[in-house]
Design a protein around this ligand. Sequence first.
Ligand SMILES: C[C@@]1(CC(=O)O)C2=NC(=C\c3[nH]c(c(CCC(=O)O)c3CC(=O)O)Cc3[nH]c(c(CC(=O)O)c3CCC(=O)O)/C=C3\N/C(=C\2)[C@@H](CCC(=O)O)[C@]3(C)CC(=O)O)/[C@H]1CCC(=O)O
Ligand SMILES: NC(=O)c1ccc[n+]([C@@H]2O[C@H](COP(=O)([O-])OP(=O)(O)OC[C@H]3O[C@@H](n4cnc5c(N)ncnc54)[C@H](O)[C@@H]3O)[C@@H](O)[C@H]2O)c1
Length: 278
Amino acid sequence: MATDTSSFTGGSLLLAWQLKGKRVLIVGGGDVASGRIESVLVADALVTLIAPRDGLHPLTKRFIESSDRITYHDRTFAGPEDLVDVDMVLTAIDDVETSRTICAMARALKVPINVADIPPSCDFYFGSQIRSGPLQIMISTNGQSPKLANIIRRRIENSLPEHAGEAIEKVGQLRNKLRERAPGVGGELGKRRMRWMVDVCTAWEMEDLAALDGEMMAKLLDDGWEYNRVPKVQEVGGRPRQSTKTALQKISGLLLSSAAGVIVGAACTALVFLKRRA
Ligand SMILES: C[C@@]1(CC(=O)O)C2=NC(=C\c3[nH]c(c(CCC(=O)O)c3CC(=O)O)Cc3[nH]c(c(CC(=O)O)c3CCC(=O)O)/C=C3\N/C(=C\2)[C@@H](CCC(=O)O)[C@]3(C)CC(=O)O)/[C@H]1CCC(=O)O
Ligand SMILES: NC(=O)c1ccc[n+]([C@@H]2O[C@H](COP(=O)([O-])OP(=O)(O)OC[C@H]3O[C@@H](n4cnc5c(N)ncnc54)[C@H](O)[C@@H]3O)[C@@H](O)[C@H]2O)c1
C-alpha cells in the first residue's frame, strides 16, 4: 500500500551535531555571540573568534580569558582567508551587508553557516535549549516565533521528570559496562543487549536509575544480564523508595493528627474556661 508523504514537508531536520575537535568560526563578540560561544563550547568545539575588542560583551571577554579552546582575533572579518579549514560559521554582527557577504563566501566553500536573525542566510537555526547533564532538549519553531520557543522552553523545564539528567548519565555508564561484557555490533547478542536495556529502563523508576552506583551496576549485570532478567531495585542493593501512595498517606495522616490536635486543644481550653466560670 502506498504511504501518503504529502504532509512530510515544512519542517527541518533535528540533529545532535557532533562538534568535538571541529573548528567553528564565530564572527562578532556581542550578546548573541556570547550565547553562540557557550553553545559550541558545550559541544567540545574549537572556536576561532573574530571581533574588535571594543565591541566585546563582558561575557564574551570572560569566555576568551577562561577557555583555551578559543583563539581570539581582535579585528573585523577579513575575507575568504578567514574561512580556510573551518567546519562551521556563525555570525552575530550588527551589519547586515557584511553578514550576507560572509554567507555567500561560506556557501561557495560549502561550509554550513548560521547568520543570527537572517533566516535566508542560515543553513541551520539555533533553538531554545534545555540542558541537564547529557539530556539536551531543543525547542524550535522552525523560524516562526523564537519568543514562543523561549516561553515553551520554560514550561518544559518545569515539567521535566526529576533526576532525568542523572538517570541518563547512569544508564550511559551501565550501557558501557554491558558492552564490555557483551562486546560487538549487531547480531543476536546485539538484539539481546538492546532488549535488556529497554527492559531495565522501562521497569525501573528514573529516581532508582539515578541512584545506581558502580557496585549496584555490577550486581545488576551479574544477577540480571547474565540470567536475562531485570532484578528489582532492592535485589541489587538499592534503597526501597516510598511509593507516592505511602507518601500521600503519610501527609494525610499528618493532617489528620494535626486536626485531631487542634480539636483536643480546643476541648481542653473550653474545659479550663468552663471550670473557671464554675
Ligand atoms: C531560540 C533562539 C536561540 C538563539 O538564538 O540562541 C533564537 N532566537 C532567540 C530569541 C529571540 N530572537 C528574536 C527575539 C525577539 C522576539 C521575536 O521576534 O520573536 C527573541 C526573543 C528574545 O529576545 O527574548 C528576534 C529574531 N530572531 C530571528 C529573527 C529573524 C526573523 O524571524 O526573520 C528575529 C526578528 C528580528 C526582527 O524582528 O527584526 C531569527 C532566528 N532566531 C532563532 C533563534 C532562529 C529560529 C528559532 C526558532 O525556530 O524558534 C532564527 C531563525 C535564526 C537564528 O538566529 O538561529 C533565542 C531564544 C533563546 C532562549 O531564550 O531560549
Ligand atoms: N537570533 C537571536 O537570538 C538574536 C537575538 C537578538 C539579536 N539578534 C541579532 O544578532 C546580531 C548581533 O546581536 P548582538 O546583540 O550580539 O549585537 P551587538 O551589537 O552587541 O554585537 C555586534 C558585535 O559584532 C561585532 N562586529 C561588527 N561588525 C563586525 C565585523 N565586520 N567583523 C567582526 N565583528 C564585527 C561588534 O564589534 C560586536 O562585537 C544583530 O543583528 C541582532 O539583530 C539575534
